[in-house]
Design a protein around this ligand. Structure first.
Ligand code: HEC
Ligand code: HEC
Length: 415
């Protein structure tokens, strides 16, 4: 009976200090008897509703203006409806998986705990879940840039067999239409019954409200607040735009910065993952501290074989597009580990070591990627700089997500 209390909005408490921006637990320390859990039971996860329509409309320091038609479309009722759809577990075939279970608010609207998320009934997905923060500014969507409209993109996960696995568009519309609350919300927002177009539009409106800039870096560069960054962080910034050449793809403009050129490049990572032979045995942890060696063939007989990933080539079939992936924005990157299209790297230090070595040399490597020979100090300074890119309002967006209904079905006890 109590299921609907999950994610209750806490109205009295205005401070958001209790909102943790990380997974509940750091599992690497599970083995220690002194370990205290950080995880909260669902009813203890206190959220706070935010004025998302205002966030969606208000320019934030460091970001370019959104197109005028996007701003004019911003609508409170549509955002509220899209937010409900985004968190609603009933929108998957077996009513258990929502968008928010891979794009997890407190994990930077991405998935911190897995390099590649696990979808419907444990099925594998070959790529890392990108953050949805600032997705309003993305010109192209997915790591291979195969989509360009949020309203259309939403149907990919809803229908993909390894994600939410709905059998058809009609089946999703039926589930939504069967719910009187949704019927009235669609009427209020669109003056229409739910259909393929307006479901996508509502979700897109919610996603476009997830704007997170005005970071310490923005305050320093665009707000002229000299002490917003430390000396080390400024040194990292200078390397980023200078010697390390990062900003030739992760763009910083005079008045704003998206940290992406909205283009696709080959860093060599996809090539190396496709070409490297995986080892015959794998170390598997059976219980905390207890591991065993298993043959790869045994694992593959119960799981799936890791799918090859050719990046942009899968969209264009042009050989020169092999292993090209979209340049991700680096805003809020501190919150979105693990990194790269397949979550290969656990930490920003690993990413820096990779770039310092010049990616992976092969025929199709981007000419912009070259051996940098950055010292450990320099790599650390760049990581320090990247950690200044966390938006000032992320906690507000996360707290709002925790206050959203998750569409759990109330199961009455038998007796
Ligand atoms: C099972 C995990 C999972 C679920 C559920 C899921 N996503 Fe994703 N999402 C991903 C992964 C993985 C990618 C990257 C896939 C790729 O690039 O090929 C992605 C990519 C995206 C992107 C593109 C981001 C970018 O930077 O290009 C958007 C937008 C998005 N998802 C929105 C949604 C919405 C809306 C829903 C619910 C209708 C949803 N996702 C459900 C895992 C998931
Ligand atoms: C040639 C263009 C290019 C250059 C130069 C470049 N990057 Fe990237 N960056 C990319 C692309 C493309 C990806 C995704 C690559 C992949 O998944 O294979 C990426 C991924 C990343 C990621 C992972 C982000 C995430 O959300 O997963 C970080 C962090 C990053 N780059 C930082 C840097 C830094 C720091 C530098 C400079 C040392 C740099 N990049 C130089 C294009 C570039």
């Amino acid at each position: 009976m109590m299921a609907s209390s999950i994610g209750n909005a806490e109205q009295a408490n205005t401070s958001l200090d209790h909102i943790r921006l990380a997974p509940g637990d750091d599992k690497t320390r599970y083995q220690q008897s002194s370990y205290k859990t950080n995880s909260l039971s669902l009813p203890m996860r206190r959220g706070k509703v935010a004025k998302l329509h205002e966030i969606a409309k208000t320019p934030q320091l460091g970001l370019p203006a959104l197109p005028r038609n996007i701003i004019e479309q911003v609508d409170r009722n549509k955002i509220e409806l899209g937010r409900k759809l985004f968190f609603d577990r009933r929108l998957s075939h077996n009513k258990t998986m929502s968008c928010a279970m891979c794009h997890i608010p407190e994990q930077g609207f991405s998935s911190n705990e897995v390099s590649r998320p696990i979808g419907f009934e444990g099925r594998a997905i070959k790529r890392n879940a990108p953050t949805l923060l600032n997705i309003a500014f993305a010109k192209r969507l997915f790591w291979d840039a195969r989509e360009n409209q949020l309203a259309q993109q939403a149907w990919s996960p809803l229908l993909a067999a390894n994600e939410m696995n709905n059998v058809s568009i009609g089946a999703v519309i039926e589930v939504i239409n069967d719910d009187p609350e949704y019927r009235s919300l669609f009427d209020k927002a669109f003056r229409q019954a739910p259909d393929m177009l307006n479901i996508g539009q509502a979700i897109a409106q919610y996603e476009r409200s997830l704007i997170a800039a005005n970071s310490r870096f923005d305050q320093w560069l665009y707000g002229n607040i000299g002490d917003a960054l430390s000396k080390q962080e400024i040194a990292g910034y200078r390397l980023f735009i200078g010697k390390a050449g990062c900003s030739s793809c992760h763009t910083i403009n005079r008045n704003d910065a998206l940290f992406t050129d909205q283009n696709l490049h080959n860093t060599g990572l996809g090539y190396s993952n496709s070409m490297t032979k995986i080892s015959d045995t794998v170390t598997v942890q059976l219980a905390p501290g207890v591991t065993t060696q298993m043959k790869q063939s045994v694992i593959q007989s119960v799981g799936g074989i890791k799918e090859n990933d050719l990046g942009r080539y899968e969209v264009t079939s042009k050989p020169s597009d092999r292993w090209k992936f979209k340049t991700p924005s680096l805003r809020n990157v501190e919150l979105t580990a693990p990194y790269m299209h397949d979550g290969s790297f656990k930490s920003l230090y690993d990413v820096l070591a990779f770039y310092s070595d010049g990616g992976v040399e092969h025929q199709l490597l981007s000419p912009l990627i070259r051996r940098l020979n950055l010292s450990k100090l320099e790599q650390g300074q760049i990581v320090g700089f990247l950690k200044t890119l966390t938006g000032s309002e992320v906690r507000t967006l996360v707290a709002d997500g925790l206050a959203a209904p998750i569409g759990d079905t109330i199961i009455e006890p038998d007796d």
